[in-house]
Write a new protein. Sequence first.
Length: 159
Amino acid sequence: MGSRLQAVFGALILMGAGLLLGGCSDDIGLDQHGQKVATAGLENQWLVINYWAEWCGPCRTEIPELNALAGQSEGKGVRILGVNFDGLQGAELEKAAKQMGITFTVLAQDPAERYQLPRSEALPVTYIIDPQGKVRERLMGEQTAAGLNERLVALKEGE
């Protein structure tokens, strides 16, 4: 009877571990194209997370700057991510991102909880997150590629 109990107990432990590990997702959700965004692609990188909306005039002006920064940052340990402020999903998100001319990754799921980002009622807002996942900057208003790059350089040098 003792070995049967041990076997059942062992099976329960394995099932519990499997459930816990199954909850540990290897992706951060979907992008504007419905593709998974793997957390592995975000680890050990500086993240620039920008919240935008179609109705936000400064956001429209800022998008080309973020596109430029994304191009300049490729392969340099910096990743540009967008989040739609209005929580658009699926085809609506894809359509809005296309209309805004966004070429960088837009997350369908808001990463605010993951990175402990405070909710902003004003747009645009941009967060800079270090490779350890800590929020280093909260930038309100329209940003430029040059200005964001300067902030990133200064934060990296301060490490």
